[in-house]
Design a protein around this ligand. Structure first.
Ligand SMILES: [Zn+2]
Length: 280
């Protein structure tokens, strides 16, 4: 006889070592061990911790434990993981194999004859797919692209401030890269090779935007103030090219900024872009 582990209040008590228990009881028990499992991973569940989603490079600690739902939730990337999801990610397993591994982790002796006969598992989980950190149905490359470009534009704001103050701006490419990826994830962009191309395009756009917009704004302001005789707003591109042709040092410093900006953006993002390719 399997040991009866479910309590009247619906909680599960620790099965006695060596005693056989039925599969549904074992899954129910494991499902309620998320806090204990995270603590065994040296994660302080009393505060926010680093997101477990491998494609979310979380520097600030965005994930928190929802003990009532037995889920680890991240509002940045929308990860909402139960303990089996986390074991599946950590050990690189499919969902059913992750359940099996959880029995080993918690030392549960589960009766083989009580295992489910079908593919469908009914103990609180939707489908086997829910174990995957990438649930393809929830991701969309187009919205992610919008997020990446908006993120890159927002991320170029510090660059523009630095440029106006005459600071060294190349480093601010790092922020543009970070914001492009964050924008892509926030609007649920789908991971994969295409994601990387979109994010790189967004970073190039963000760096160019941050570098060139202040110069164009300055020309627009000069035209508006009538500082350039006879110039109209429709002439600003011609005026820019004229200023460029008159100042080799402007050209070299602009190209230098663009290249260094892209290098720093690359330093800030290459790891995560690599993860995105692998997860795609
Ligand atoms: Zn996350």
């Amino acid at each position: 006889m399997p040991e009866e582990t479910k309590q009247k209040d619906g909680s599960y008590r620790q099965p006695k070592p060596g005693n056989k228990i039925a599969y549904p009881e074992a899954v129910g028990y494991v499902q309620n061990q998320l806090e204990r499992y995270l603590r065994s991973r040296a994660i302080d569940t009393s505060r926010h911790f680093t997101c477990i989603n491998p494609i979310h490079e979380d520097h600030v600690g965005s994930m928190s434990l929802d003990i009532a739902r037995q889920k680890a939730n991240c509002p940045v990337c929308n990860a909402d993981y139960g303990i089996i999801d986390i074991i599946a990610i950590e050990y690189g397993l499919g969902y059913e194999d992750a359940i099996e591994r959880s029995f080993q982790i918690f030392g549960l002796n589960v009766e083989v004859e009580t295992y489910p006969q079908t593919e469908t598992l009914e103990y609180g989980y939707d489908t086997v797919d829910s174990a995957s950190p990438i649930d393809a149905g929830h991701y969309n490359t187009a919205t992610g692209a919008i997020g990446a470009f908006v993120g890159a534009a927002v991320g170029s704001i510090p660059w523009m401030f630095a440029y106006n103050y005459g600071w060294y701006v190349g480093f601010f490419g790092y922020i543009i890269g970070y914001c492009a990826i964050r924008g892509y994830l926030m609007l649920k962009g789908k991971p994969g090779g295409r994601a990387v191309l979109i994010i790189i395009a967004a970073i190039v756009f963000g760096v160019a935007f941050g570098q060139l917009l202040p110069d164009f704004l300055m020309i627009i302001k000069m035209v508006g103030n009538g500082e350039i005789a006879g110039a109209r707003y429709s002439d600003i591109f011609t005026l820019y090219l004229y200023l460029v042709s008159q100042s080799p040092s402007y050209v070299s410093s602009t190209i230098g900024n663009l290249v260094l900006g892209l290098v720093f953006a690359g330093i800030g993002t290459y790891k995560m872009l690599g993860n995105m390719v692998r997860m795609g």
